[in-house]
Design a protein around this ligand. Structure first.
Ligand SMILES: Nc1ncnc2c1ncn2[C@@H]1O[C@H](COP(=O)(O)OP(=O)(O)OP(=O)(O)O)[C@@H](O)[C@H]1O
Ligand SMILES: [Mg+2]
Length: 290
C-alpha cells in the first residue's frame, strides 16, 4: 500500500556533509514530488553519491534537513528500509551466492516483495539465475543491483548510476523498467553521467557541482532563463551548415529570411533548436570552474 500524502517524497534543505576538512556538500536544496523521476547530474566528486547515501540512511549528514517519505533517514527507521529500494554505486555483496539466491535473500527483507524469478527476468538475468555472482560480468552485476532495488516492490527507488557498464540494449531495457516504475506511480531518484538517459527518463534534474546545486528543472527547460540560448542553423550557398546563437530567434529569423528572400534564395535546412541538456550541463559546470 502506498501512503497518500501531498508532502514531497524527498525534501532536502541546506544539506551539508564534511569528510574531515573536505566539505563534500555545501548546502544542497531540492525536493522530489511523489511519482516523480528526479535526476542528480554532475561531474565526478560533485556529491551525488554522498547525497543519495544520506537519503538512504547509509551516511550521516553534518547539517541540514532531510525527509524521505516523511521520515528522517538519519534515524535509520526500519519502516524506511522497507519502503525504498536501493542500487548502490558500488556493491559486490553476495559474491558466493547465485543470482537467484541473492535476489531471494534481498526479497526477504521486504513485507510484500515481487516474485523472485520475475524480477530476475526483469533485470535480464534469466540465463544467469543459477550462476554465482562472482562469475558475472560488470554489466551483469549492475543488472543484479537493479534486480535487488526492484524486488521489494518499493514506492521509492534510489538508483546511483544504474546503467553504468550496460550495453546499449541493456540500457534501453533498464529505461523501460524505470518508465514502468513511473507508470506505477513510484518515485525514482537516480544519478547518471549519461545526459541522454537523464533527458529520456527524468521529469526534473538537478545539476550539482562541488557540493552545490547549480540548476534544477525539467531537462528541456533548464536552459530557459539561463545563459543558454536558441540555436538557429541553416545551409549557406556552398551547402555548409552555419549556426548562430541568439536570445531572440524571432528577430534573427526575420533578418535571415528577409535577406534570403531579397536575394531570391531559400535557406536550406533552416531550424531553430534549444541547446540540449548536454550543452546546458557543459556550460554550467564549466562556467563555475573559471
Ligand atoms: N568516505 C569518504 N571519505 C572522504 N571523502 C569522501 C568520502 N566519500 C566521498 N568523499 C569525497 O566527497 C566528494 C563527493 O563524493 P561523491 O562520491 O559524493 O561524488 P559523486 O558526485 O558521487 O561522484 P561520481 O560521479 O564520481 O560518482 C568527493 O570529493 C569525494 O572525494
Ligand atoms: Mg557517485
Amino acid at each position: 500500500m502506498q501512503t497518500v500524502s501531498d508532502a514531497p517524497a524527498i525534501l532536502v534543505r541546506d544539506l551539508r556533509k564534511a569528510y574531515g576538512s573536505t566539505e563534500a556538500l555545501q548546502g544542497i536544496d531540492f525536493e522530489v514530488a511523489r511519482g516523480e523521476v528526479f535526476g542528480l547530474l554532475g561531474p565526478n566528486g560533485a556529491g551525488k553519491t554522498t547525497t543519495v547515501e544520506i537519503l538512504e540512511g547509509y551516511r550521516e549528514r553534518s547539517g541540514g534537513i532531510v525527509s524521505v517519505l516523511d521520515m528522517d533517514p538519519g534515524q535509520r527507521p526500519i519502516q524506511l528500509r522497507r519502503r525504498v529500494g536501493i542500487v548502490l554505486q558500488s556493491s559486490g555483496m553476495y559474491r558466493h551466492l547465485t543470482v537467484r539466491e541473492a535476489v531471494e535473500h534481498w526479497a526477504a527483507l521486504y513485507p510484500d516483495p515481487r516474485d523472485v524469478d520475475e524480477t530476475v527476468a526483469l533485470a535480464g538475468l534469466e540465463d544467469k539465475a543459477d550462476q554465482r555472482t562472482r562469475r558475472l560480468s560488470g554489466g551483469q552485476l549492475r543488472r543484479l543491483d537493479f534486480a535487488l532495488a526492484l524486488v521489494g516492490d518499493p514506492e521509492l527507488v534510489f538508483l546511483d548510476e544504474p546503467t553504468t557498464g550496460f550495453d546499449p540494449a541493456a540500457r534501453r531495457s533498464a529505461w523501460e523498467t524505470v518508465r514502468r516504475l513511473q507508470a506505477l506511480g513510484k518515485t525514482v531518484l537516480l544519478t547518471t553521467h549519461y545526459l541522454d538517459e537523464a533527458q529520456a527518463l527524468c521529469d526534473r534534474v538537478a545539476i550539482v557541482k562541488d557540493g552545490r546545486v547549480l540548476a534544477v528543472g525539467a531537462p528541456a527547460q533548464l536552459g530557459v532563463g539561463g545563459t543558454s540560448r536558441y540555436r538557429v542553423s541553416w545551409r549557406d550557398g556552398a551547402g555548409e551548415l552555419v549556426a548562430q546563437e541568439t536570445d531572440d530567434p524571432t528577430a534573427l529569423l526575420h533578418r535571415l529570411t528577409s535577406a534570403a528572400l531579397a536575394r531570391g534564395e531559400a535557406l536550406a535546412d533552416l531550424s531553430v533548436t534549444r541547446p540540449s541538456l548536454e550543452d546546458v550541463y557543459l556550460e554550467l559546470t564549466a562556467e563555475e570552474a573559471r
